[in-house]
Design a protein around this ligand. Structure first.
Ligand code: HXC
Length: 256
């Protein structure tokens, strides 16, 4: 596909998507989000790809939904033509999505980052939900995902004041898994994707599904889902191969 607002490439089994609207700090307009959804779907269905890296540029992952595009919108048009609905494409990807944030991840940018399965931050990253300053509130899951990630008091403070959080605070509060130097961010994310790609595809997909269930299900139901997935993993050739390789003291060669 031909894209104008994103760049895609592959490095081995890693599919890389770069948001590329630098003049607007990667503001997430409708076209960009459509292109992102298409690119995610293409990598998700490409058997050569094991995991996806989603990143921006050194100044911004994304500074939010496009304020210029949103300004003329009014209700009930917003309700009848829900412009946030296409954003959910990020959530339906079955392969792991690694968000790699340098610079601003604000508003909808922070929300898209939080839709990723693993978040890496450059030391330059700044996260925030500044919607309150525009007379609105987070609308793509920010009030829910930020609260689950960093707890009520800090999420409330961030969302009610619109202040930004730096990379160190994001790591300390558990919003991101790791902080790395800005000039190695994409490299680190790609190597993480490739490390994931060495494992069983089915095992990885099931593990992602199980972890995500922790955000949707009561504990008992989540544990039941995990148990069913775990027991069904014994139907995969990769379980045979993984355990045989361990017992034969060799590296596994996963193909399933
Ligand atoms: C449209 C944006 C934009 C945005 C930046 N730009 N953010 N355009 N939508 N969200 C544009 C600016 O208008 C400017 O264009 C160019 O990018 C560079 O931005 P500057 O402001 O000149 O850069 P700087 O002074 O470095 O300030 C960076 C910044 C600031 C602090 C990130 O741009 C900022 O506050 N942006 C808005 C952040 C925000 O409020 N995000 C939440 C949006 S609401 P020109 O043409 O002037 O050069 C939202 C709702 C989500 O996301 C709900 C679900 C959809």
């Amino acid at each position: 596909a031909e894209f104008e607002m994103i760049l895609t490439e592959t490095q081995g089994c890693a599919g890389i998507i770069r948001l590329n609207r630098p003049k607007a700090l990667n503001a997430l307009c409708d076209q960009l989000m459509d292109e992102l959804a298409q690119a995610l779907r293409a990598f998700d269905s490409d058997p050569a790809i094991a995991a996806i890296v989603l990143t921006g540029n050194e100044k911004a992952f994304a500074a939010g939904a496009d304020i210029r595009e949103m300004q003329p919108r009014s209700w009930p048009g917003t309700y009848l033509n829900d412009f946030i609905a296409p954003w959910e494409a990020v959530l339906t990807v079955r392969k792991p999505v690694i968000g790699a944030v340098a610079g601003f991840a604000l508003g909808g940018g922070c929300e898209v980052a939080m839709m990723c399965d693993i978040l890496l931050a450059a030391d330059t990253a700044k996260f925030g939900q500044p919607e309150i300053k525009l007379g609105i509130l987070p609308g793509a899951g920010g009030s829910q995902r930020l609260t689950r990630a960093i707890g009520k008091s800090k999420a409330m403070e961030m969302i009610l004041t619109g202040r930004m959080m730096d990379a160190a605070e994001a790591e300390r509060t558990g919003l991101v898994s790791r902080v790395v130097p800005a000039d190695t961010l994409v490299e680190e994310a790609v190597s993480l994707a490739q490390r994931i790609g060495e494992h069983s595809r089915a095992g990885v997909a099931m593990a992602k599904e199980a972890v995500n269930a922790a955000f949707e299900l009561p504990l008992r139901e989540g544990v039941r889902l995990e148990r069913r997935l775990f027991l069904s993993a014994f139907g995969t050739p990769d379980q045979q191969e993984g355990m045989a390789a361990f017992n034969e003291k060799r590296k596994p060669n996963f193909g399933g």
